[in-house]
Design a protein around this ligand. Structure first.
Ligand code: ADP
Ligand code: 5GP
Length: 199
């Protein structure tokens, strides 16, 4: 058992880059890594499970949690509020598990300021055209939402340079392997166990 502190790993990137897909595979291959479940005011999409995908709350409830200092970071994204509960992160770390946050670039920067040892990974689509294809192909959003997300993507891509790592999500297995490699190397640097090692 290593003595170093488990990692906080942040994955950001434009909507449609493949964050959820990549994160799901990385988590599946990493018994020592847990996903941070964010709080949001966004309406659940078909298939979203409350408490698993997000904690879905009203704007009033979100503001109450934010104003009582329960959130380590929060941001408004595509017209909705999203935030990370500090207690959830601290509980995972105290329990010896690294934690994966799938959050936007504003949140990524806030986490780096609050927890400087956090590892920030920016997921890039292979091209603008493929990003649009993936967003449309997902079939979860209305046209106006897709257009808003594409516009936001162009802004988000400008933040890639502020991240510790940039990973292109071309071939899924290759991309997942690269992310697992970064987590393993950063864990070693921190003197912590590799979350993908069998437990
Ligand atoms: P995000 O969480 O970044 O918004 P998703 O994980 O929902 O993105 O992925 C967007 C769409 O692209 C989904 O339909 C997903 O199945 C698909 N996708 C993700 N990664 C790849 C990949 N490497 N190759 C092809 N399609 C992908
Ligand atoms: P979606 O509505 O597609 O699930 O997520 C929209 C955006 O919100 C994504 O970029 C996602 O990474 C971001 N997001 C999800 N949870 C959080 C969070 O807790 N904090 C911040 N800052 N962004 C989040």
């Amino acid at each position: 058992m290593a003595s170093g502190e488990p990692l906080i790993v942040v994955i950001s990137g434009p909507s449609g880059a493949g964050k959820s897909t990549v994160a799901a595979q990385v988590l599946e291959k990493s018994p020592g890594l847990v996903r941070s479940v964010s709080v949001t005011t966004r309406r659940p999409r078909a298939g979203d499970v409350d408490g698993e995908d997000y904690h879905f709350v009203s704007p009033e409830e979100f503001i109450a949690r934010r104003d009582t200092g329960m959130l380590l970071e929060w941001a408004e994204v595509h017209g909705n509020f999203y935030g990370t509960e500090a207690e959830q992160i601290d509980r995972s770390i105290a329990g010896g598990k690294s934690v994966l946050l799938e959050i936007d670039v504003q949140g990524g920067m806030s986490i780096k300021a609050a927890r400087p040892r956090a590892v920030l990974i920016f997921l890039l689509p292979p091209s603008d055209g493929i990003l649009e294809e993936r967003l449309r192909g997902r079939g979860t959003d209305e046209e106006d939402v897709i257009l808003k997300r594409l516009e936001n993507a162009r802004k988000e891509l400008g933040s890639a340079k502020d991240y510790d790592y940039r990973v292109v999500n071309d071939d899924l297995d290759r991309c997942v392997g690269e992310v697992l490699g970064i987590i393993a190397a950063e864990s070693k640097k921190n003197g912590a166990d590799d979350p993908s090692a069998p437990r």
